[in-house]
Design a protein around this ligand. Sequence first.
Ligand SMILES: Nc1ncnc2c1ncn2[C@@H]1O[C@H](COP(=O)(O)OP(=O)(O)O)[C@@H](O)[C@H]1O
Ligand SMILES: [Mg+2]
Length: 326
Amino acid sequence: MLVISLDSEKIIMVNESFLRRTGYSRSDIINRRPLELNIWEDSKEFYKLRKCISDNGVVNSIEVNFRTKSGELRTGLTCIDVIQLNNEKCVLIAASDITERKQFEKEMARLDRLNLVGEMAAALGHEVRNPITTVRGFLQLLEDKKELSSFREYFDLMIDELDRASAIITEFLSLAKNKTIELKEENLNHILTAMLPLLQSDSAKMDKSVHLELSDIPALLLDEKEIRQVILNLVRNGLEAMPPGGRLTIKTYREDTEAVLAVQDQGNGLPPGVLERIGTPFFTTKENGTGMGLAVCYSIAARHKAKIDIETGPAGTTFLVKFTLH
Ligand SMILES: Nc1ncnc2c1ncn2[C@@H]1O[C@H](COP(=O)(O)OP(=O)(O)O)[C@@H](O)[C@H]1O
Ligand SMILES: [Mg+2]
């Protein structure tokens, strides 16, 4: 809560909760003009509020983005009223911090989208996979016939394309919400070490490198097949994001009550507008992308009650998969 005098346009009162939320001290705030503080996401937010007050006298529950002293961007549901305080006309600004709630709603919307697609995929996938298997079988049979040997290349191409279609369906099926998984106590570091030769041979073909920086973490309840898929998808994206010579680092470490798997690349970061859409099935910026990789990762993480955070900037992107320790 803040009180600003309309005469002097200075802040004359602030409560403890505001200071706690924003990290400012009382002396940082009192007697300052609101725009002198670095608290607004940008000055437009402030002018928007001011216009609202002068038009309506009150502001009822609008979302305002504000910055804490350390620069973190948060969202407050804000109400404003004009009051008389010691014969001085003032505005009272009260806000409740809804950053976490908004984040949660976003996650839920993402999961809803995933579940719907997953259910459709499960129904469709089985129906489509059977005919594909049949056609593939006959193609293989024909390919081996002597009289058709001049068409060998075509047969190979057809089989490859069918395999590609099958692989997409398999990825789709893994989005199904009620997919059963087999959770066992596993050591994530062992899984990574076992995968390293495969990852390194993938990256060497692209003239890039993969490195492990593992530290001691407790055993986790994992479905090994699914975790391998997450690692593969994140590593592929990281490799694809970097120019030749790029270095990809996979780290594991413990952070408070979480075990973290971090996949860090030296690419150019996520293009603007991509962060919000990431994890939506079929969302891709690549010419030959399927847009399924991260959707699958989010779905697997949800089944493991793990969270995925993304840190991105011009020096690269890190995907952090955070498992809760019990
Ligand atoms: N490490 C990364 N660096 C930059 N962009 C990324 C990275 N990982 C994912 N992306 C972006 O997210 C999109 C979706 O990724 P994904 O679901 O794996 O599908 P695909 O790789 O088939 O495009 C990519 O097209 C890309 O724009
Ligand atoms: Mg991908």
